[in-house]
Design a binder for this molecule. Structure first.
Ligand code: ATP
Length: 881
């Protein structure tokens, strides 16, 4: 894809116009100062720009590309009198783009020794929307046609074979003489038509021809159009009337269509499926391949910077700006003959055959290599999965061990709780019994004994409790507490204990599990998965689901046990509270009893005092025995009191002991309570960990399932692709085989054909045929010599023709001159006739007769020349090329 190249050329201005001009040129941009629009182009030349520079800018390359087989078009666009013809045709002093291109073209052709060329030229004009042949002026109102072989072409347009630049320029001169040029107010020699100078370049490879001895190579055909457009004009400025006005309207109309086509192409209307009105004018129709088609195109936009033409210049520059956005797609135009096609196909088949043999081995090697890779990858993957499985198993074993320990601990705890409950119930029943026997009130021997015995019973019943509590469940309980604290610590320091496989209290680290899952997400291993791995994954997922259900069961069991423990904890709390209440009550009642006993003792002491006093006051013999008995009684009472004091003392001691044992019991119970609390916290932690583990496992399982689904789909896709590629390979293999077979068949046919030809040739070796062959050869030689003669004659005739054409032109000029002379003479004669008398009339009329004779001789010569030229044309027409 290459866009249209645009060059702007400003014509020189008169000093007055130069002073008043608004336009400025800077680099490749042109603008009016303090005006919004700035126009930028590929190249901008001011009035000092030379045609040679303009030619070098782009046209030179287009000409070179045309020799290589690319179509090329260069056209000059601009308002009337802007210098289009000056640029394209030029003058002797400064040749234009066309003569330069022709000169260059022949130079390039001569340098290219590898190819042989056939050049043709045509020259046409579009005048008032009619196509006229400038090389054959009689060919007028030609029609445009289109077909696949030739594309768009003008039917009946003369195409002269040219061999030199001089010949081309002569023909161009000839064509120019037939071009419509008219005088307007703006231009003395204004082009009234668009002219298209066309070079058709055909070429083929010279080397190919020599080596094979047959002309079977592709022929390149390219067209080079050099167009001098008529300039847009305003009737008011040109002062056109009548014919000129009609011409002007046609020119403007066709230029408007050209503008529309360029606008549409610049807006990419065609690529969007829109309509581009190429057919609205003959100019755009003929130039269609050059406008957004298969050609290298350049526009030379001629402008005048005079102030009075500012609007026209602006519109020309706008057209050129739009053209900048139009892209073409030039490509080499080749015409293939049947032989060339066959040759090329043969070459292609050979290449394909070579490729096929290479492809087979390469393909197999590739396949083996890829299979090996897949195998290796799957093995690696399997190993990795096995390792992961082992790790998992380890973790699971550890976890199971831990669960087992936990269960054991729970069992211990529950047994301990049960044991403590049993102790409490025993104590409770004994206390009830003691309560029943307790009888405060009268101080008597029996009562004291009862009190003593009850106290002893209490002491005897309370005493065994203490050692039981101290020795029995306390040791494992403390251990358990320690262990629970360890569990907590291990949970807190997961990272520290991660590596320690022997740590029983180490819970599986959820982060580690997540790491495993993340690693499984690695895309590389997805590709490597095989069927075996899939099965393994399935087993793995089943195993994981089993493990999950087991874990759930364990968690449930743990939950139940926790609930039981909670219940037990509550009941033991209640028991503890009742025991505490009972102990308080017993303490209070014991204190009351002691107080009562003290009171009784004081009362007894007072009674003894009274009795002693009575004894002293009586001092009688009768009463001596009684006193002795009383004093013995008092002594008894005293000893009883002493005894009861001792008993009270022992009771107080016992109560103190009981209080002490009660406080220790309280401490123990408090410890038990806190241990239960701690244990429940540990259980909660375990439960949380279990839940975490459960969620981790569920997540892992779901991820594994997702991965499995993904892998399944990938596997199926890969399988599909593999099958497709296999099918493709198979089909391409089949098609290649078919082509090979076809080619072989063709080859066989050709061989058989050659064989038959050889047979025919062998048959032709008989003497008569040999003679015939000899005569034929002679004829052929004769024909060749004749052809050579004709060719030389043709060359001479051509030279004669050009000579005659020159003569014809000079004869025409002579005739014109003679006609002028004649008319002048006639005028003189008539004047003289009127002035002179009748006698002198006879002498004067004698001269024109001589002149008429000379004129008729000239006219005959001219006619003769014309006929000669015509015969030459005929000869050329029917001459075998
Ligand atoms: N760059 C130039 N240098 C010198 N003279 C020029 C230049 N450009 C144009 N002229 C002169 O201006 C006149 C008009 O030029 P020309 O005929 O080439 O214009 P045009 O655009 O072809 O006009 P039209 O469209 O009417 O045919 C001619 O006499 C030509 O020599």
């Amino acid at each position: 894809m290459d866009r249209i190249h645009v060059t702007v050329r400003a014509r020189p201005l008169s000093p007055e116009d130069a002073k008043t001009s608004l336009w400025r040129i800077s680099g490749n941009s042109i603008f009016i100062p303090n005006h919004s629009s700035i126009f930028e182009f590929d190249q901008v030349f001011d009035e000092n720009g030379k045609t040679s520079q303009i030619y070098e800018t782009r046209t030179k390359d287009i000409v070179a590309a045309a020799v290589s087989g690319f179509n090329g078009t260069v056209f000059a666009y601009g308002q009337t009198n802007s210098g289009k013809t000056h640029t394209m045709r030029g003058s002797k002093a400064e040749p234009g783009v066309i003569p330069r291109a022709v000169q260059d073209l022949f130079e390039i052709l001569q340098q290219d020794v590898d190819r042989e060329f056939l050049l043709r030229m045509s020259y046409m004009e579009i005048y008032n929307e009619e196509i006229n042949d400038l090389l054959a002026p009689e060919h007028r109102k030609l029609q445009i046609h289109e077909n696949i072989e030739r594309g768009i072409y003008v039917a009946g347009l003369r195409e002269e074979i040219v061999t030199s630049s001089e010949q081309v320029l002569n023909l161009m001169e000839f064509g120019e003489s037939h071009r419509h040029i008219g005088e307007t107010n703006m231009n003395l020699y204004s082009s009234r038509s668009h002219t298209i100078f066309r070079m058709i370049i055909e070429s083929r490879d010279r080397n190919e021809d020599e080596s094979t001895g047959s002309s079977c190579d592709a022929v390149r055909v390219s067209v080079l159009n050099l167009v001098d457009l008529a300039g847009s004009e305003r009737a008011a400025k040109t002062g056109a009337e009548g014919v000129r006005l009609k011409e002007g309207s046609h020119i403007n109309k066709s230029l408007m269509t050209l503008g529309t086509v360029i606008k549409k192409l610049s807006e990419c209307v065609e690529s969007q499926g829109g309509h581009v009105p190429y057919r609205d004018s003959k100019l755009t129709r003929i130039l269609q391949p050059a406008l957004g088609g298969n050609a290298n195109t350049a526009i030379i936009c001629n402008i005048t910077l005079a102030q009075i033409h500012t609007d026209e210049t602006k519109s020309s520059l706008q057209f050129a700006s739009r053209a900048l956005r139009v892209t073409n797609c030039a490509q080499i135009n080749e015409i293939m003959t049947d032989a060339a096609l066959l040759k090329r196909q043969k070459k292609e088949i050979e290449e394909l055959r070579a490729k096929l043999t290479g492809f087979r081995s390469e393909h197999l090697e590739e396949e083996i290599l890829s299979l090996r890779n897949t195998l290796l990858q799957s093995e690696l993957e399997r190993e990795r999965i096995a390792l992961e499985l082992e790790e998992k198993k380890k973790t699971q074993g550890e976890w199971e061990k831990r669960l087992h320990d936990q269960a054991k601990r729970i069992e211990n705890l529950s047994s301990m709780v049960l044991f403590s409950n049993r102790d409490e119930s025993v104590k409770y029943t004994k206390k009830e019994k003691r309560r029943g026997t307790w009888c405060p009130g009268n101080l008597s021997q029996v009562h004291l004994k009862d009190v003593h015995s009850s106290i002893h019973t209490d002491v005897s019943t309370s005493e065994p409790i203490q050692p039981k509590l101290e020795m029995g469940p306390l040791v494992p309980f403390n251990e358990l507490i320690d262990k629970d604290f360890n569990v907590d610590d291990s949970c807190k320091n997961e990272e520290d204990t991660k590596g320690d496989a022997n740590n029983d209290h180490n819970l599986p680290n959820p982060r580690a599990l997540l790491l495993v899952t993340n690693r499984k997400r690695d895309s590389s291993w997805k590709k490597r998965l095989s069927m075996e791995d899939n099965e393994y994954l399935q087993q793995q997922s089943e195993y994981d689901s089993l493990r999950e259900s087991e874990a759930i069961l364990v968690i449930k069991r743990l939950q139940e046990q926790i609930n039981v423990l909670e219940m037990e904890k509550l009941s033991s709390q209640q028991n503890l509270d009742t025991v505490y209440d009972l102990a308080t009550e017993q303490n209070v009642s014991a204190r009351e009893k002691i107080e009562e006993l003290n009171n009784e003792l004081i009362k007894a002491q007072e009674a003894a005092q009274v009795a002693n006093e009575q004894l002293i006051s009586s001092q009688t013999d009768e009463n001596v025995d009684f006193i002795a008995s009383v004093s013995m009684g008092i002594e008894d009472v005293m000893s009883e009191v002493q005894n009861s004091k001792e008993a009270v003392q022992s009771v107080i001691l016992m109560i103190d002991d009981a209080t002490k044992s009660f406080s220790t019991l309280c401490h123990i119970l408090l410890g038990f309570k806190t241990s239960i609390f701690q244990d429940s916290a540990g259980q909660k932690l375990i439960f949380n960990n279990c839940q975490k583990l459960n969620s981790c496992l569920t997540q892992t399982i779901s991820e594994l399932e997702n991965q499995k689904i993904l892998l399944d789909s990938q596997l199926s896709n890969i399988q599909k692709l593999l099958e497709e590629s296999k099918l493709d390979a198979q089909s391409s293999h089949n098609s290649l085989l078919e082509r090979l077979e076809q080619q072989e068949l063709e080859n066989q046919e050709l061989i058989s054909y050659i064989q038959t030809l050889e047979k025919e040739v062998a048959c032709l070796t008989s003497s008569s045929v040999a003679k015939e062959k000899e005569t034929l050869r002679k004829d052929l030689e004769k024909a060749k010599t004749r052809m050579k003669e004709t060719e030389s004659k043709l060359k001479i005739a051509m030279q004669e023709k050009t000579k005659l054409e020159g003569e014809k032109a000079s004869a025409e000029r002579e005739i014109k001159r003679l006609h002028g002379q004649n008319s002048r003479l006639e005028r003189d004669i008539s004047k003289r006739d009127s002035l002179a008398g009748k006698s002198s009339k006879m002498f004067d009329t004698q001269r024109p007769k001589d002149l008429a004779v000379s004129l008729s001789t000239k006219s005959w010569k001219f006619l003769h020349l014309n006929r000669k030229q015509e015969s030459l044309r005929w000869k050329k027409k029917y001459q075998p090329r």
